[in-house]
Design a protein around this ligand. Structure first.
Ligand code: PMP
Length: 334
């Protein structure tokens, strides 16, 4: 993977090879990092961040759970994300801010004076599964690995350590010749992909597992659900059994890296007609339209790189739906 030449690291823009970590760093041994993946899109008005404020909000909440004191303010984090894109002259990018326990300690309960460092890397990256996948859809399987139970470690936190689970799911899928694996939640119902949220369309309605189903509450998930509701498509966040994948008219997955990727088969069974369906297409159009101007940016989701005025709160990417409480109760009962 090719990073852009300059990386933002501990307050400075520096060449990638100078942005290093200690081999004793706590994060390397125990996964104690929190990170984000954020996209910058080339729009007719120039490069624009997509929901930077919300990604920073999620990063700060992730850090809070692990008592990781990021030594930069919300505004400084936003500014660092902008600076790395501007300094590398990128028109579009996938941006990876990461805060990690950089100090050398083997303690599992490190004191708060063990240093936390912060870096932002930017790369040029097309869609995770490739441009053709956006057109044709991908072949996925259900993983033999489950997501972690909510009382083990929090899947709603985007921490480095969580991605051991995602690696097992993705590696198994790739070994089997699939583009991605879909994991079940501990109760046996559907959860999400290794790095994407999951959606099923049946009878013109969209179904997606709730935040209680051991998912990461994706910002793309929230965007697509918002766009769907605005287009009069009914959205149901509920606990879903595995067979819904095979009953589905359409299946698609969302993520910052994966964007809106149609799924054309699950476990070698075709989804619906075996090609992306009408609802998936409409949502792809609405989503990608945000970046060519054909979908109005009514939520303030796009921000210019030069705009350093990111104050204010998140725009509600994390919603607790009554269905979540219900799903959680069902899972606990199971
Ligand atoms: N679930 C997991 C496990 C992920 O890693 C990601 C990617 N961040 C997502 C869902 C999608 O989240 P988002 O839309 O915020 O990128």
């Amino acid at each position: 993977m090719q990073s852009s030449p300059l990386v933002w690291h501990n307050g400075k823009l520096k060449p990638l090879h100078e942005a290093t970590v200690h081999v004793g760093a706590h994060a390397l041994h125990y996964g104690s990092s929190v990170f984000e993946g954020i996209r910058v899109y080339a729009t007719p008005d120039g490069p624009r961040y997509f929901r930077l404020v919300d990604h920073t909000e999620r990063l700060l909440l992730s850090a809070k759970v692990y008592d990781l004191d990021i030594p930069y303010s919300r505004e400084a984090i936003n500014r660092a994300c902008e600076d790395v894109v501007a300094a590398n002259g990128l028109a579009s990018a996938y941006v990876r801010p990461i805060a990690y326990r950089a100090g050398f300690t083997f303690s599992l309960a490190p004191s708060r004076d063990v240093p936390v460092e912060f870096a932002v890397i930017a790369i040029e990256w097309g869609s995770m599964h490739g441009a053709q996948a956006l057109e044709d859809g991908v072949d996925v399987c259900v993983s033999s690995w489950n997501r972690a139970a909510p009382n083990t470690y929090p899947t709603g936190v985007k921490a480095g350590g969580n991605y051991l689970s995602s690696q097992l799911i993705a590696q198994e899928a790739v070994r089997g010749g699939f583009a991605e694996g879909i994991a079940l939640a501990p109760g046996g119902c559907l959860s999400e992909g290794a790095g994407e949220n999951l959606f099923i369309v049946r009878g013109g309605k969209i179904y997606t597992p709730p935040v209680g189903a051991s998912i990461l509450a994706g910002i793309t998930r929230d965007s697509v659900l918002t766009l769907a509701r605005e287009r009069g498509i009914e959205v149901i966040e509920q606990s879903l059994p595995r067979e819904f994948l095979y009953f589905a008219d359409e299946v698609f997955m969302t993520g910052t890296a994966a964007e809106v990727t149609p799924v054309r088969s699950v476990d070698r069974k075709p989804v619906g007609a075996g090609k992306p369906g009408e609802v998936t297409r409409a949502l792809q159009k609405a989503f990608f339209g945000l970046f060519d101007g054909s979908t109005a940016n009514t939520h303030g989701w796009l921000t210019p790189i030069a705009n350093h005025e990111h104050v204010g709160s998140s725009q509600g990417w994390l919603r607790f739906d009554p269905a979540d409480a219900q799903a959680t109760a069902q899972m606990e009962a199971a």
